[in-house]
Ligand binder design. Structure first.
Ligand SMILES: C[S@@+](CC[C@H](N)C(=O)[O-])C[C@H]1O[C@@H](n2cnc3c(N)ncnc32)[C@H](O)[C@@H]1O
Length: 271
């Protein structure tokens, strides 16, 4: 069993620990936004976590984690759960959602598009699938789960300007801003080595949790939780959004990376 280690950095709390142990100790209804990407059970080469449980063990474990997440969420909190399947396990994200149906309402389902071809021009990056049966997987799911499906969102903060400006007056909009919809194109930055991705096999770009925070609509008192913090991307987004974050990660090396990333962003913001 991993011994829990807790540290405070600026307004953020980082735990090197098993997330269920820490979640059980967090007060009920104390978190506003959860943004997380758990292990997908696809056999990724994490430093210490073995990403290959039986499907049933994985689903039962994740259900237990999510019950604790629900307990610590305020009634008007949002839980953005990023997960993907694979050609070998295409049903897994949906099997998990069926389990979570007992706990949450699926308020929105966002497709995080990592790469897209518009006409003949391709934007973004993806891991190619070498197969004549399967096409490349260019998107992942972001399930927006809430307690009752009635959480008010800041659609315009996460929105986009109108392309056709005549829409503003014609449709009586108050600003040049509209909801961007449920397809989010957020490419990875171009990197040339594993170090460019913090030597971690499954990070998401900072812009993804930033957009989740904008959509939920956070203020100075808001608290973000990421129970599978990895290299601290969600906490970096929390810092950039001016809110406090709680991150939990089982692997000491990834916690160190998270600490270093967070320190750099805190220093940058302090000027
Ligand atoms: C998909 S990664 C998260 C990556 C993160 N979003 C980022 O951008 O760096 C999942 C993480 O969960 C961690 N993990 C696995 N089991 C855990 C547990 N029981 N408690 C806490 N963290 C765990 C793994 O070490 C891994 O870093």
């Amino acid at each position: 069993m991993i011994r829990t280690r807790r540290e405070v950095l600026g307004g953020h709390t980082l735990y090197r620990a098993d997330c269920v142990r820490v979640l059980k100790r967090l007060p009920s209804e104390s978190v506003d936004v959860v943004v997380t990407s758990p292990p997908y059970n696809l056999g990724l080469a994490y430093r210490s976590y073995k990403d290959r449980l039986t499907e049933d063990d994985y689903l039962t474990w994740m259900e237990g984690v999510c019950r604790e997440i629900a307990r610590v969420m305020r009634d008007d909190a949002s839980f953005f759960l990023n997960i993907a399947g694979s050609s070998a396990q295409p049903w897994l994200p949906f099997e998990l959602m069926v389990r979570l149906r007992q706990i949450f309402t699926l308020q929105n389902h966002i497709s995080w598009v990592k790469s897209i071809a518009v006409g003949d021009v391709t934007f973004g990056h993806f891991k190619p699938v070498n197969s004549s049966r399967y096409i490349n997987r260019n998107h992942e799911h972001v399930f927006h789960l809430t307690k009752n499906g009635d959480v008010m969102l800041d659609r315009l903060r996460a929105g986009v300007p109108f392309t056709d400006k005549t829409n503003i007056a014609r449709r009586q909009h108050r600003a040049d801003r509209r909801c961007r919809g449920d397809t989010w194109f957020i490419p990875y930055e171009t990197v040339r080595s594993r170090a460019g991705k913090f030597s971690h096999p499954g990070t998401f770009p900072v812009a993804l949790p930033e957009r989740c925070l904008a959509l939920h609509g956070v203020h100075a008192e808001s608290v973000l939780l990421d129970p599978f913090m990895g290299t601290g991307t969600s906490l970096v987004a929390a810092e950039k959004s001016g809110i406090r974050g709680i991150g939990i990660e089982a692997d000491t090396t990834y916690v160190r990376v998270a600490r270093e990333r967070l320190r750099a962003v805190i220093a940058e913001r302090a000027g």
